[in-house]
Ligand binder design. Structure first.
Ligand code: ASP
Length: 590
C-alpha cells in the first residue's frame, strides 16, 4: 500500500495513528539529532521527523535524500512541539518508522516553491515540474471547477453537451485555419474549427434547442501576447430566443460561477453601446473598474490658433485624478510612452489643474488660463487633477487615449485586485471596412444577423448597420461574445454577397448551411466564453497561460514537446505532400 492518507489530511485528532504517506520531498533539513522532511503532494505538506537516537540508520538515509525524490513513509502521528499555524497540517508531524525511496530525482532546474526562481521558458520546458507548484495547482483547480460549474448550471437548464468534430471545413472567425492532411485523401485537407459556429447552428436546425460544449478551438493568427493558437470555449447556442433571452441565461451562468467559485456576488451587468464604449473608453472592451472617461474637448480647443489641434478631426482628453503634481520627468516619460510605435501618437499635451486660476500646461503660449479652465470643466476635472490631451483622427486617437487611460490606471493602481466590473457591450457595427482588401469584413462573423430595424440599410448604407451581437467584458477583458444568427437563406446570401463572396464561393464554402436554412431552421442565437480567460480574470491574473496545463509560448511553440516539427520524408509522401520516388518527375512541359 502506498498511502493511507494524503499529505494535506492529518490533524491533531489523528495523534497516535499509524499511517503511510507517499509524495515528493520538498526539502530535508538535518538538525544533528533530528532530520526533518517536508513531504508534498497535491493536497498539502506534512512534516516527517527522523530521530537519530531512535532510528540512526533511517535518519542517515533521510539526510541524503534530494529534493523531489518520490518516497513512501510509514510512521506514527504525533503532536508537534513547534507548531506551524500557516498550514492545515502544521500541528502534527509523523515520527517515521520506515522510509522507502520509490524513485530518486535529479536536481530540478528551478525551485518548486510558490515563488520560484525559474524563468518562463525554463518552466515551460519542464512544465511537469512547474505543475507541482502551488500557483499552477490552484489555477488548474479553479479551471476544473469553472468547467464543472458551467456544466452543472447549463445541465440544470436543459442544455445538452454535444461534441462536434474537429476535422471539418473552414469556420471563419477572422483568423487563418490550421489544416490537417490525411493519407486517404492526398491533396485535400481538413480544417480545424476556429469555433464550432456552423455546427452548433446545424444542431439548432436539428432540434437540439439548447446546446453547449466545452471545446477546443484553433486559430492560426499572428500571435499577440496572451493568445494561444488553441484555446477552450464554453460554446453555447439556443433556439427560439432573442438577444435578451441569451443575455439573461448567461449573465446568470457567470454570476453563478463567480458566486460558487470565488464567493463574489456580481452586480447586474449594465449594457453599453459600442459607440459609447469607443467614445468614453476608446475600446470595445472597456475596463470600467475606474472612471477616467474620455472627453471630446474639440469645441473648446479648436479654432484658437493652435495648429496641431486646428487641423485634426478630434481633440480628446482624460482627467487623471490627483496627478497635477507630476514632475517634468514623469510627463516626458508619458510623452515617450504615447509616441511608442505600439501607441503611435504624435505628441502629448498636458494641463496641470492646480486650482482655480492656477494652471500650468505645455500649451500655455497658445491658450489662456480661462480657456484651459474650460477644458478642465468639460472633463469634470477637479483641482489637483492632470489633464492629458491627444489629437488626430477619431479612430486612432480614441484607441491611443484609451491605451493611455489604461496605462495611467496601472501607474495609479486603479485596477483594484479582487474588484470585478462586468458589462455587456452591444450594438456593434455589423461590418468594418478593410482598407487593404477594399471591402467590408464581418465584425463578428458572417452568420450574425443585423439588428432588425437596420436590415433595410443593408444595401444603401451597410457601414451603419448594427449587428445583433453582444460581448461580455469584465475588467477590460473580453470574456465572451455571441449574436442572434441569420436563419433565413436569402438574408444569409445577401450578407455573404456584401462580404464579397460570389454566389458560387458562398455555395462552395457554406452550401451545407444555406441548404439547412431551407429545411425549417428555427430562429436562434448563442454565445461562446473563453474558458482560459474567464479563469484568468477570476484568478486575478493577466496571463491565460497560467491557467492552461500545457500552453504554447508567445511564438506558438510547445517548447516541452518541441512542436511544431518537420515530418519525415516518408510521412510527407504518405500524406501526398512530397513526391514518392516512384512518382514521375514533373516534365516541366506543357
Ligand atoms: N463562434 C463565436 C466565436 O467563437 C461565438 C458565437 O458567436 O457564439 O467568437
Amino acid at each position: 500500500m502506498y498511502r493511507t492518507h494524503h499529505c494535506g489530511e492529518l490533524r491533531l485528532t489523528d495523534t497516535g495513528k499509524s499511517v503511510v504517506l507517499s509524495g515528493w520531498v520538498r526539502r530535508s533539513r538535518d538538525l544533528g539529532g533530528l532530520t526533518f522532511i517536508d513531504l508534498r503532494d497535491r493536497y498539502g505538506i506534512t512534516q516527517i521527523v527522523f530521530d537519530m537516537d531512535v532510528q540512526p540508520e533511517l535518519c542517515e538515509k533521510a539526510r541524503d535524500i534530494g529534493r523531489e525524490t518520490v518516497v513512501k513513509i510509514s510512521g506514527v502521528v504525533r503532536e508537534r512541539s513547534n507548531k506551524n499555524h500557516g498550514i492545515p497540517t502544521g500541528e502534527i508531524e509523523i515520527e517515521a518508522t520506515d522510509l522507502e525511496v520509490l524513485n530518486p530525482s535529479k536536481t530540478p532546474p528551478f525551485t518548486i516553491e510558490d515563488a520560484t526562481d525559474g524563468g518562463d521558458e525554463l518552466r515551460m520546458r519542464y512544465r511537469y515540474l512547474d505543475l507541482r507548484r502551488g500557483p499552477l495547482l490552484r489555477n488548474l483547480t479553479l479551471r476544473h471547477k469553472t468547467a464543472w460549474h458551467a456544466r452543472k448550471f447549463l445541465d440544470g437548464l436543459n442544455f445538452l453537451e454535444i461534441e462536434t468534430p474537429y476535422l471539418i471545413k473552414s469556420t471563419p472567425e477572422g483568423a487563418r485555419d490550421f489544416v490537417v492532411p490525411g493519407s486517404m485523401h492526398p491533396g485535400e485537407f481538413y480544417a480545424l474549427p476556429q469555433s464550432p459556429q456552423t455546427l452548433k447552428q446545424l444542431l439548432m436546425v436539428g432540434g437540439y434547442d439548447r446546446y453547449f460544449q466545452i471545446v477546443k478551438c484553433f486559430r492560426d493568427e499572428d500571435l499577440r501576447a496572451d493568445r494561444q493558437p488553441e484555446f477552450t470555449q464554453i460554446d453555447c447556442e439556443m433556439a427560439f430566443v432573442e438577444k435578451d433571452d441569451v443575455l439573461e441565461v448567461f449573465e446568470g451562468m457567470i454570476k453563478y460561477i463567480f458566486r460558487e467559485l470565488i464567493q463574489v456576488e456580481l452586480p447586474d451587468f449594465p449594457r453599453m453601446g459600442y459607440e459609447t464604449a469607443m467614445a468614453k473608453y476608446g475600446s470595445d472592451k472597456p475596463d470600467t473598474r475606474f472612471a477616467m472617461e474620455i472627453h471630446d474637448i474639440g469645441e473648446h480647443a479648436k479654432g484658437k490658433g493652435f495648429q496641431v489641434f486646428d487641423g485634426c478631426e478630434c481633440v480628446l482628453a482624460i482627467a487623471v485624478k490627483g496627478a497635477a503634481d507630476y514632475s517634468r520627468k514623469q510627463l516626458d516619460g508619458l510623452t515617450d510612452w504615447v509616441k511608442r510605435p505600439q501607441i503611435g501618437a504624435k505628441g502629448l499635451v498636458y494641463v496641470k489643474y492646480n486650482g482655480k486660476g492656477d494652471l500650468k500646461s505645455s500649451v500655455d503660449k497658445f491658450f489662456s488660463p480661462e480657456q484651459l479652465e474650460e477644458w478642465c470643466g468639460a472633463c469634470g476635472a477637479e483641482p489637483g487633477d492632470l489633464l492629458l490631451v491627444l489629437s488626430g483622427d477619431l479612430t486612432s486617437t480614441r484607441k491611443q487615449i484609451g491605451e493611455l487611460r489604461l496605462h495611467m490606471a496601472d501607474l495609479l493602481g486603479l485596477k483594484t485586485p479582487g474588484a470585478f466590473s462586468p458589462l455587456w457591450v452591444v450594438d456593434f457595427p455589423m461590418f468594418e471596412w478593410d482598407e487593404e482588401l477594399k471591402r467590408h469584413q464581418a465584425m463578428h462573423h458572417p452568420f450574425t444577423s443585423p439588428v432588425a430595424e437596420d436590415e433595410e440599410l443593408l444595401d444603401s448604407d451597410p457601414g451603419s448597420v448594427r449587428a445583433n451581437a453582444y460581448d461580455l467584458v469584465i475588467n477590460g477583458s473580453e470574456i465572451g461574445g455571441g449574436s442572434i444568427r441569420i436563419h433565413r437563406r436569402e438574408l444569409q446570401n445577401r450578407v455573404f454577397s456584401l462580404l464579397g463572396f460570389t454566389a458560387e464561393e458562398a455555395h462552395d464554402q457554406f452550401g451545407f448551411l444555406l441548404d439547412a436554412f431551407e429545411y425549417g431552421a428555427p430562429p436562434h442565437g448563442g454565445i461562446a466564453f473563453g474558458l482560459d480567460r474567464l479563469c484568468a480574470v477570476m484568478g486575478g491574473s493577466d496571463s491565460i497561460r497560467d491557467f492552461i496545463a500545457f500552453p504554447k509560448n508567445n511564438a506558438g511553440r510547445d517548447v516541452m514537446l518541441d512542436a511544431p516539427a518537420p515530418l519525415s520524408t516518408e510521412q510527407m509522401q504518405e500524406l501526398g505532400l512530397a513526391l514518392r520516388e516512384s512518382d514521375e518527375e514533373p516534365s516541366g512541359e506543357g
